[in-house]
Design a protein around this ligand. Structure first.
Ligand code: C5P
Length: 230
């Protein structure tokens, strides 16, 4: 089976409070999304990456990455799941349903090659979808509406989901379409797979695979990128 990737990059990044979508902010002379694509493209076995861009995106075509022969683009949708589904539809003529696809946030430029390799190895070995994740390190509180703690959640069972998330192309397409049709909230690909009653393996990654979401994340990501030589 071949390996493909989809990078959803059609979000507006409202929580960043910046005019530019977060994937187009610059770190070390390159945009966030270009760092992310560089990391994915270090995988020699990766066939192509489909980037789902926003309908009114005016920046993507100006980037060098847009001209790489291993990078294609398509128009994303209203929610992340729509964008990923658009990517899967763009893969229809290229990939078989039994191929593997990694979905990776444009906003996670710090993912390291050994983590990508570990995810691929585990998923292929067990022939079961899987995601990079880390065990929760903080104590977790559930709150009532007025910010009063209603209970403490046993953190031993809690993991924080990251990306990449890797599944069979056909399985993910069906699961996402069904979840969207059913109107279920889908904040990651795994939640659609879970809804479909299929197993998802947790593959322990690293805490520095952060998603740039809030303004304070950008300098942190820039620091982490400087630290890494894979
Ligand atoms: O909003 P959040 O940080 O969860 O977004 C994760 C990724 O999903 C980002 O890379 C964002 O660009 C992408 N996204 C998308 N289409 C949307 C919403 C988010 O491709 N409609």
């Amino acid at each position: 089976a071949k390996l493909w990737a989809i990078v959803p990059a059609a979000g507006v990044g409202a929580r960043m409070g910046s005019d530019l979508p977060k994937q187009y902010l610059t770190m070390q002379g390159k945009t966030v999304i270009e760092h992310t694509l560089d990391r994915l493209l270090t995988l020699p076995t990766l066939e192509k990456v489909i980037v789902a861009i926003g309908k009114h995106d005016g920046i993507w075509q100006t980037l060098l990455s847009a001209s790489s022969h291993r990078v294609l683009s398509t128009i994303g949708g209203r929610d992340r799941a729509d964008s990923v589904l658009a990517g899967l539809n763009a893969l229809k003529t290229l990939a078989s349903d039994d191929d593997w696809v990694m979905v990776h946030d444009a906003a996670r430029p710090c993912v390291r090659l050994p983590c990508l390799e570990k995810l691929i190895q585990k998923v292929v070995e067990h022939d079961c979808g899987g995601i990079l994740a880390v065990p929760a390190s903080d104590t977790l509180k559930q709150s009532s509406a007025d910010n009063i703690v209603s209970c403490t959640i046993d953190r031993q069972e809690i993991w924080q989901a990251q990306t990449p998330q890797m599944f069979k192309v056909g399985q993910l397409r069906e699961a996402l379409a069904a979840a969207l049709e059913g109107g279920y909230p889908v904040t990651d690909e795994a939640s659609a797979i879970e809804r479909a009653g299929l197993p998802v393996m947790l593959v322990e990654g690293r805490r520095d695979n952060i998603k740039i979401t809030h303004p304070e994340d950008l300098p942190l990501a820039e620091f982490l990128l400087g630290q890494q030589c894979n």
